[in-house]
Design a protein around this ligand. Sequence first.
Ligand SMILES: NC(=O)c1ccc[n+]([C@@H]2O[C@H](COP(=O)([O-])OP(=O)(O)OC[C@H]3O[C@@H](n4cnc5c(N)ncnc54)[C@H](O)[C@@H]3O)[C@@H](O)[C@H]2O)c1
Length: 327
Amino acid sequence: MSVLVTGGAGYIGSVTTEALRLQGLTPVVLDNLVYGHRDAVNPQIAFYQGDIGDRVLVEEIVRTHGVSACIHFAAFAYVGESVEKPAKYFENNVAKTIALLESLQQSDVKKFVFSSTCASYGEPQYVPIDEKHPQSPTNPYGWSKFMVERILESYDRSYGMKSVALRYFNAAGATESLGEDHDPETHLIPLVLKTALGQRDSISIFGDDYSTPDGTAIRDYIHVSDLSQAHLKALKYIDRTGNSDVFNLGNGEGYSVKQVIDTSKKITGIAIKTEVAPRRAGDPSRLVADAKKAGTVLGWKPEFPKLEEIIESAWKWHKNFPNGYGR
Ligand SMILES: NC(=O)c1ccc[n+]([C@@H]2O[C@H](COP(=O)([O-])OP(=O)(O)OC[C@H]3O[C@@H](n4cnc5c(N)ncnc54)[C@H](O)[C@@H]3O)[C@@H](O)[C@H]2O)c1
């Protein structure tokens, strides 16, 4: 089966592309390389540098490769930037997703897996957050994902396009060859490890006065390999049931910023300098997933749930690739 992977040269997309290949499926990557890396995609895999909004190109890819499903990672994902430039986010994440869906619908591709986010829940009303938690995003990035989820519901009702929206919590970790190389980087674990490598002077802790045991914010980190496996299970779920659905993907365990830094110090053996900075607007104190539904319905179980394993894998990758994909 050929699967179109949009954003397959990005962090989670590249790991999932490799997982598809290892499962004997045929991934075809479409990425405009605005943030992705050509070297993150195995040269044996069909790769198109282009835009998801390019309907002629998408329809040609589907025809050429006999694509029967799409996993859609391509998006902009900087929360702060989305507040400054909402149009950029609604254009890329929503309008271009509609163009992509139209191309797929016209080409009779009716299976779609979508990268959604815990940011679509907004300020948590209770933790751990399950899929029934109300969605009320606090920034345009979160709204862009919320909107696509609603669009997918309409595409199911009107066109019979079946979709699974996967609401990831914090992706982290690496495989032997594929890791996290965002520019700019805003995620905690790579920033801490870059500090350990001496590429940054210190790591900022945004707020140490939250109502958490050590005062720093708590997040749910999920290994990127475990995320990738959930996409394979989501495709199988659509095949098996013919249904659309939504699943949280997280560990169900929360770790504080201080715990991440302390664990990184232990794993790297390096004293990592920290600085306390004011809280960032809109940063909740605790974001932890209730991902039981993905376990019971998809049969998904994280293989690397421990923070130590996640950080160790990321540290190995950052040491082996100190300049990431070598821009
Ligand atoms: N990283 C996380 O913790 C996290 C958490 C929740 C949700 N997500 C979502 O998961 C997806 C992947 O995240 P990531 O961290 O791998 O991001 P990433 O930036 O590494 O990957 C996104 C890829 O999409 C490509 N892209 C963007 N717009 C495009 C367009 N119009 N046409 C073609 N390609 C385009 C980029 O070049 C990049 O390679 C995103 O949709 C993101 O919103 C990520």
